[in-house]
Design a protein around this ligand. Structure first.
Ligand SMILES: C[S@@+](CC[C@H](N)C(=O)[O-])C[C@H]1O[C@@H](n2cnc3c(N)ncnc32)[C@H](O)[C@@H]1O
Ligand code: SF4
Ligand code: SF4
Length: 360
């Protein structure tokens, strides 16, 4: 990316950040979203203990052409922007690389979230040509036992590691990062994983605190019955402190120190009321589900549909306005998650830069 383009993008993002803060303060939306996600499918090849998405009945999915049209509509409204493609498992869609290439050609920065299992030499060679900016591979343990136990399928660990090798071996490919949930089964692996990321020359590791199962009905006290929840607070603090220290020494941990510190409070009591945890998703998230519906919060009703309407109309709709009022007072703890965590200006700037500048 040329310096002038980078400066322009940075200026736009800073202006939007100021507008986002003003919107949060006043309750009236003057800004555009900064976190645009497409769950491109609900289908998945894994059977994770911590996620119920794979249990969903698969509704009909949008076609390749419908997605291209959505990308064009978003581009027209947003200018240059970051698009995160997740799911389900995005590589279950055979047209994924074609869609990434279309987005890149149209000036959209793309980021894919994947379990990596379906990635092979052929896909990697196509990805190299596609213009993909970043690929985040989830790995939930550092041994076949700890990883495959929660992923629910045998051999997942070897396949994900092979994908990491193939992707990080690309000469002109995307940034490659690893995403890891912090939970009981892998707590003792996390420090080793962060060291491995450095040794291997991977672009970074992003930790995600365990939340209530995705796509399951939300229960206020979910963690009391969740077998993956870490109930020994001292253990989780010891590991988080070590990760914070490693981050200070330059290990490529993507989370900010502030977020890692916030995670300690979360693991102590996820439901403890805290001013700091005011959820900002109403002014920052634009999440498109596999049928084109748009959600501000993945646990709340849709505010519109981008197949039938334009993104700007959906963002400014009456339903969106009503939902923002509810979100303002939401006391659930999931604003700590990476997809919702907002932090301050420094966090936002670092996140933005991580799409564009290699951490190497
Ligand atoms: C829903 S998955 C979709 C993309 C892809 N299938 C994958 O696993 O990377 C996106 C991210 O959510 C994380 N995740 C799933 N269930 C979670 C939970 N209960 N708490 C926190 N993160 C979770 C996954 O580990 C993954 O990094
Ligand atoms: S976390 Fe990802 S890989 Fe696991 S079931 Fe959910 S969507 Fe599939
Ligand atoms: S805290 Fe935010 S992300 Fe979580 S349920 Fe409430 S509005 Fe949604």
């Amino acid at each position: 990316m040329k310096k002038t383009q980078f400066a322009r993008l940075a200026f736009e993002q800073t202006t939007n950040y100021v507008l986002q803060e003003a919107s949060l303060w006043s309750g009236r939306c003057f800004c555009k979203p900064t976190s645009i996600n497409i769950d491109i499918t609900s289908r998945c090849n894994c059977r994770c203990m911590q996620c119920d998405i794979w249990k969903k009945d698969v509704d009909s999915e949008l076609t390749t052409e419908q997605y291209k049209e959505i990308f064009s509509k978003l581009r027209k409204w947003m200018g240059k922007f970051n698009l995160t493609i997740g799911g389900g498992e995005p590589f279950m869609r055979k047209d994924l690389v074609e869609l990434i290439a279309f987005a890149s050609k149209n000036g959209i920065l793309t980021n894919v979230l994947t379990n990596g299992i379906l990635i092979n030499e052929k896909i990697v060679s196509h990805l190299e040509q596609s213009g993909l900016n970043r690929i985040a591979i989830s790995l939930d343990g550092f041994t076949p036992e700890t990883n495959d136990l929660t992923r629910g399928i045998k051999g997942a660990f070897e396949k994900t590691l092979k994908a990491v090798d193939l992707l990080s071996g690309m000469k002109s490919g995307p940034l490659v990062t690893v995403s890891t949930i912090i939970m009981k089964t892998n707590l003792n692996d996390l420090v080793e994983m962060a060291k491995w990321v450095d040794i291997k020359g991977i672009n970074g590791i992003l930790f995600q605190p365990l939340n209530a199962n995705f796509a399951a009905e939300y229960k206020h006290d979910w963690y009391n019955t969740n077998e993956l929840w870490i109930d020994n607070y001292n253990d989780v603090c010891r590991v988080l402190d070590e990760l914070i220290e490693m981050k200070r020494r330059g290990t490529r941990i993507i989370n900010s120190i502030k977020q890692l510190e916030d995670m300690k409070a979360y693991f102590k009591n996820p439901n403890a009321p805290t001013e700091k945890r005011k959820c900002k998703v109403g002014m920052q998230n634009f999440c498109i589900t596999p049928n084109g519906d748009v959600q501000l919060c993945y646990q709340m009703n849709a505010i519109g549909n981008v197949v039938r309407d334009t993104p700007i109309n959906v963002w400014n709709s009456e339903k969106a306005k009503q939902l923002r009022k509810i979100i303002k007072f939401c006391k659930r703890p999931c604003s700590i998650l990476n997809c919702n965590y907002s932090g301050g200006f420094r966090e936002k700037a670092a996140k933005f830069a991580s799409y564009i500048v290699k951490l190497k």
